[in-house]
Design a protein around this ligand. Structure first.
Ligand SMILES: [Zn+2]
Length: 334
């Protein structure tokens, strides 16, 4: 998901540097609410799962917090509600911090930094993952394919042959996961089954991995007590556009109930899994509103203005340690 915007940002950064235009006219960026979206925080290169899910290192995250604090008025989700209800989006440059998926590094790496700098962030959890030993499909695919270096793979119903070679292994793994999300007639879980069947030995070895990837309820309660907000990222993190309306309703409704049963706070917002335009529909947004969510966030870049739909709010996805790339995301809507 992040791969192509990352490449585009790299290309733009190069042009700006070569032409001497790297001093970006930052002060001219318009007022509005800029929602920043993080996933995992930490060292991607030592991870045996999907490295594309890492937003940045812990050190870079702290730098970005300071940069955002210096250039925006950082607000909590409650303050966002007041700003939207009173139509004050244009009055300042506001920033909101959000984290998707509920990986444990959100608690161990991001939470201490946020506390240190007095920032209230929102964390979106898929309730099936909370406190479980589950390994999500994208992490399992990356794990199996990394062990299958030297082989080749073909996605079901697609002619492309992906060669898993040492010199381009990470790029090919990212490409396969990216393409798997965009297959028309095959779901991502069917792709996972296909990969398990083609690389059975590598697939079996995942049972030896003894690592809890996601936060548990105790950690989420501790974050809530420290002023963080917890929101829904559905039950199972399936792409909602691939589900019937009944199943979409269940994912949105039951996840909210489960979170509210386990943490001492109400759930006011949801992040649609994967979050690109093809991953949810206008019915999804309508359902979220009907089920009592005040906000629904996507993963499309853009600032929030008075014209934004509260159940289809844009966010800037962070995928690099580099603050120049963060600026470029905002300036070029990447
Ligand atoms: Zn997610």
């Amino acid at each position: 998901m992040l791969m192509f915007s990352h490449k585009l940002k790299q290309a733009i950064k190069k042009v700006l540097t070569v032409t001497g235009l790297h001093s970006i006219p930052w002060k001219y960026i318009p007022n509005g609410v800029y929602v920043f979206n993080y996933h995992r925080i930490g060292e991607r290169n030592s991870c045996q799962f999907d490295r594309e899910v890492f937003s940045c290192s812990t050190r870079a995250f702290e730098e970005q917090c300071l940069f955002i604090k210096n250039n925006f008025q950082v607000i909590s989700l409650e303050e966002l509600e007041t700003i939207i209800n009173n139509n004050k989006q244009h009055e300042n440059r506001y920033a909101v911090f959000t984290f998707d998926d509920g990986y444990i590094d959100n608690f161990t790496e991001a939470f201490p930094v946020l506390k240190k700098h007095g920032i209230s962030a929102s964390f979106y959890v898929a309730t099936d993952f909370v406190g479980s030993e589950l390994i999500p499909w994208w992490d399992e695919i990356a794990y199996i394919l990394r062990l299958s270096c030297g082989s080749s793979y073909q996605l079901p119903s697609k002619a492309t042959v992906y060669n898993l070679e040492l010199n381009n292994l990470e790029a090919v793994i990212s490409r396969i996961i990216y393409d798997a999300k965009r297959l028309k007639s095959v779901t991502v879980l069917e792709v996972l089954d296909d990969i398990r069947a083609k690389f059975p030995e590598e697939a079996r070895s995942i049972s030896n991995v003894n690592q809890q990837l996601f936060m548990d309820w105790e950690q989420l309660c501790e974050m809530t007590s420290a002023g963080m907000n917890i929101g829904s990222h559905t039950l199972s993190h399936q792409m909602l556009s691939q589900l019937s309306l009944e199943l979409q309703e269940r994912e949105l409704k039951v996840s909210k109930e489960i979170i509210e049963k386990n943490i001492p706070a109400l759930v006011s917002s949801v992040v649609y899994p994967v979050g690109r335009k093809h991953c949810y529909t206008s019915d999804t947004c309508r359902l979220a509103a009907l089920l009592g969510y005040k906000f629904g966030f996507n993963n499309e870049p853009g600032r929030i203005t008075s014209k934004s739909n509260s159940h289809d709010l844009n966010r800037y996805c962070i995928g690099s340690d580099d603050i120049v790339e963060l600026k470029l995301s905002i300036l070029f809507n990447l």
